[in-house]
Write a protein that binds this ligand. Structure first.
Ligand code: TTP
Ligand code: MG
Length: 429
């Protein structure tokens, strides 16, 4: 269904131009990437950080790595993935902050809501990135550039954050374009200029080309995007296998022009649990404890089958049997119980307050599932990438213990509700 804001603009446009008018339909994709996302959110929330280098990841000299840093810290050579010890040497006077996941998730959700005012097809790609199918939309704003500027302005006005935007004839071109002028940039690359703008860039400018692919390409004399684009597919296939063919196509700007809005994705598996309380409940702590346990169970099932999901749905049935479902699409995929609970908690806050009608049943479900194999575009919640291995190990240990000793061997402390949660939940139909 079309976003009301976009459909209103389209209606007004038809009125103005007459019903026979057909907008130009050359594929146009817009890619948004927020600037220094976590650091920028911290700066916005704490004005005393303004003008200072800000590094997110943990205390200076602690054992972790830099999750991200603002552009001032980058001018000292600090970057994502660098050890905090090394960052401490390069930028000893920076402000070092821990990550604060939930805040970033909510900002990401708000970002996706803003973007849906600009296109009926918005594909969240990571916590701070999205693709918009701008085909047939940009002329409503007066062209590609004003469209891109309007997106940036809406983000700035609503979130007080800056974004870099790229516009091009395919996803890959749009994504590379958004990276060309960071921070706060806007780069439009029309089809006829793709070769001249992107061709001279080094191959590592192509998203997904990491160190080893770069070395492999360099070893056969391919340094730039245009050299890669001109390389015979069959030879690169022999050198790099199946990925070789995909890479050449990417370098030629081919394919990948389809933006898949969440609601358009094929209806896929979902996993959920729900619980009917023995006696209707009014106590929020008890409801939250139950929600945490249900989130834990859903996450466990997802992990068991190596699934990640990015839509969380909360179901509530009141004591008068009225039933409500409320859902949120995330900008990332998760199978982490804490993240599922956090979103579920936010959804609960949206639709229920202590003092409202008592709760008879609560359920939580994760859908739009994908497995992280192959090129699915699946992106885990990046704010955990730095600490991800620790959490993954924790869940592995937890899963092993439960396999061995039963589900109740370990539980979240917050899930041990006063009423005592037992596994009386069942899978929703
Ligand atoms: P990015 O968009 O890659 O980085 P960024 O927004 O901080 O900076 P840029 O201006 O270059 O776009 O990632 C978005 C957020 O994801 C980032 O703020 C922190 C988080 N992140 C991680 O948790 N781990 C990582 O390895 C990276 C690269 C990012
Ligand atoms: Mg970013």
């Amino acid at each position: 269904m079309l976003n009301p804001a976009v459909s209103q603009k389209m209606r007004a446009d038809t009125d103005r131009r007459g019903v026979d008018y057909k907008p130009k339909s050359a594929t146009t994709i817009l890619h948004v990437d927020m600037d220094a996302f976590f650091a920028a959110i911290e700066e916005k929330d704490n004005p005393s950080l303004e003008g200072k280098p800000v590094i997110i990841g943990g205390p200076k000299d602690s054992r972790g790595v830099v999750t991200t840093c603002n552009y001032i810290a980058r001018s000292f050579g600090v970057h994502s993935g660098m050890s905090l010890v090394k960052a401490g040497q390069l930028c000893p006077d920076a402000i070092y902050l821990k990550t604060f996941g939930r805040k970033y998730t909510w900002t990401s959700l708000k970002l996706m809501t803003i973007l849906r005012k600009f296109s009926p097809k918005v594909e969240p790609y990571s916590i701070d990135e999205a693709f918009l199918d701008a085909t047939g939309c940009t002329h409503l704003w007066g062209g590609n550039e004003p469209y891109g500027l309007a997106v940036k302005k809406a983000i700035k006005e609503t979130l007080d954050l800056t974004a870099s935007v790229g516009i091009g004839p395919s996803r890959i071109v749009a994504k590379m374009a958004s990276n060309l002028d960071k921070p706060d940039g806007l780069t439009v690359i029309p089809k006829e200029k793709v070769d001249s703008v992107l061709g001279p860039l080094p191959v590592e400018a192509i998203p997904g080309v990491g160190d080893s692919t770069k070395k492999s390409l360099n070893s056969i004399g391919i340094q730039t995007v245009s050299q890669l684009a001109a390389y015979p597919i069959s030879l690169l296939r022999a050198h790099l296998g199946i990925n070789g063919e995909a890479l050449v196509k990417i370098a030629r700007g081919e394919g990948g022009d389809k933006v898949i809005a969440l609601e358009e994705r094929p209806h896929d598996k979902s996993m959920g649990h729900e619980k009917t309380f023995g006696t209707d409940v009014a106590d929020k702590d008890e409801i939250l404890g139950c929600l945490l346990n249900l989130s834990d169970k859903v996450a466990r099932r997802l992990r068991r089958e190596n699934y990640y999901g990015n839509v969380v749905t909360l179901k509530l049935r009141h004591s008068d049997f009225s039933t409500y479902s409320h859902q949120h699409a995330l900008g990332f995929f998760t199978n982490d119980p804490q993240e599922i609970f956090d979103v579920g908690h936010g959804l609960l806050e949206d639709i229920w307050n202590e003092g409202d009608c008592k709760i008879r049943l609560i359920g939580i479900c994760v859908s739009h599932l994908a497995r992280p194999n192959g090129y699915t575009g699946i992106q885990e919640n990046l704010f955990q990438a730095a600490t991800g291995y620790k959490r993954r190990n924790l869940f592995k240990a937890l899963d092993n213990l439960r396999d061995e000793y039963g589900e109740d061997v370990l539980q979240f402390a917050g899930g041990l509700s006063r009423a005592g949660f037992r596994s009386s939940s069942r899978h929703p139909s």
